[in-house]
Design a binder for this molecule. Structure first.
Ligand code: MN
Length: 265
């Protein structure tokens, strides 16, 4: 059995937008981790909450060896506690919270998988075979209404309640993240983004831009630029993650027969 290590490449872009004074989104795209946190709370405490969430995940970059699901979930739990603790020592920050959504490469049953995790209304999309699919389900009031058939997805897009999040870090009892495990497929590309991107751009527009063959950083920059163009009423953050072509890596299956070497002419 081969035990290949998945290699990913990511590019991230974030912008305060055209209306807000402070960028309360925080972002991590390093190693085998990518995450977006969208902070909320008065007195500019939202940026504190989102930074604490990202810093907790950053600790995982120093862990030796393959990441485990358990480590990621513990880091999310730790983030929740740190936000609660910070709110106690800085009363002005009480009530601060943050979303957290991301992608991590973790070992599952001996092979690498994509772990998708989500709390709140930041999103993870998967782009594969020419189609963009939203993996995460928003924890928001309008999503709850869509789920029970009281609102259509189109109505939710412009509903006044669309900013009300029903699950966030900085809560007691600690919120449970939703998780998904996706086996890697050649050509996989992921998008992690804050709601500032998805309120400005339609899924069709995002899909068109994700179809680009440009490197992840170029696509992330393009998505944020398009949201700015559309008015960027909120902070905007996008991370694009590519699964690198495994055939191009130096990892070789033990059972792969030797292939003829092609000349480089
Ligand atoms: Mn936002």
């Amino acid at each position: 059995m081969s035990d290949r290590v998945l290699e990913i490449r990511s590019g991230a872009a974030t912008d305060v937008g055209r209306v807000r004074q402070v960028n309360e989104d925080s972002v991590l795209a390093a190693g085998r981790l990518a995450a977006v946190a969208d902070g909320m709370g008065g007195h500019a405490a939202g940026d504190v909450a989102s930074r604490l969430a990202i810093q907790s995940l950053e600790q995982l970059l120093f862990a030796p060896g393959q990441l485990t699901t358990d480590e990621v979930l513990r880091a999310i739990d730790r983030a929740n506690q740190e936000i609660l603790d910070a709110a106690v020592s800085h009363p002005r920050a009480s009530g601060m919270g943050t979303t957290l959504a991301g992608v991590a490469v973790v070992g599952l049953g001996g092979t690498d998988h994509f772990l998708i995790f989500n709390i709140g209304d930041s999103r993870v999309y998967r782009y594969a075979d020419g189609a963009l699919v939203q993996v995460t389900v928003d924890h928001s009031e309008v999503q709850e209404l869509v789920s029970v058939g009281l609102l259509t997805a189109a109505e939710a897009q412009s509903d006044q309640r669309r900013n009300i999040v029903t699950r966030s870090l900085g809560s007691d009892p600690a919120p449970q993240p939703d998780t998904w495990f996706l086996p890697p497929n050649p050509g996989d590309r992921f998008l992690v983004c804050s709601d500032g991107l998805t309120t400005e751009l339609s899924d069709d527009d995002i899909e068109r831009r994700m179809a680009s063959h440009a490197p992840p950083q170029v696509v992330a920059d393009d998505l944020v630029a398009a949201a700015l163009e559309a008015g960027a009423r909120d902070n905007v953050t996008a991370i694009v993650i590519d699964l690198l072509d495994q055939d191009a890596s130096s990892v070789v299956d033990g059972d792969t027969a030797p292939r003829p070497v092609l000349g480089d002419g």
